[in-house]
Design a protein around this ligand. Structure first.
Ligand code: FES
Ligand code: FES
Length: 157
């Protein structure tokens, strides 16, 4: 099947089997290498992307289920945002030598938490816990992602 998509700001047309995963298509042919295959089961968050403003595990989304004309954002599209940069820096300050396969999903999670329509409710600390329900760092565990998000995003009064 063929679908028109907007990836970042670029209009693209994708042709693939209806069952092809969004993860595989984003990596090849769309070359979004921040979208990483970890568990391939919707649990680790390494393949997180935004589709039409909502967060998804790309490994669990088939091309047939992506709306025609959908806008997709990956780490490459949100990396420049100050809050995203701060979260990634906080993670890397704690874990400088690890594989970094979780960082693309972490960046997308940070973008999702700080998009204007997400604020001010629920409180950020609670939103972080919710956002990490199906996300972890495969090297160091969920706690390191949580600490990075808290360090950068939970503002003290
Ligand atoms: S690879 Fe998709 S959630 Fe783990
Ligand atoms: S640093 Fe390896 S998965 Fe997070």
């Amino acid at each position: 099947m063929r679908k028109a998509l907007i990836v970042g700001k670029e209009a693209v047309a994708v042709e693939a089997e209806a069952e092809a995963s969004l993860l595989s298509l984003l990596r090849e042919p769309l070359l979004r290498k921040s979208v990483v295959r970890g568990c391939a089961n919707g649990e680790c968050g390494a393949c997180r992307v935004m589709v039409n403003g909502a967060i998804f595990a790309a490994c669990k989304v088939a091309l047939r289920d992506v709306p025609d004309g959908a806008t997709i954002l990956t780490r490459e599209d949100v990396d420049h945002e100050p809050d995203v940069t701060a979260v990634v820096r906080a993670f890397e300050a704690e874990r400088p030598t690890r594989c970094r396969l979780c960082v693309g999903g972490l960046a997308v999670t940070a973008h999702h938490l700080t998009r204007p329509e997400a604020l001010p409710s629920p409180p950020m600390a609670e939103a972080i816990d919710d956002a990490l329900t199906h996300a972890t760092c495969m090297c160091t565990g969920r706690g390191s992602l949580r600490r990075a998000l808290h360090t950068a995003l939970v503002r003290k009064p």
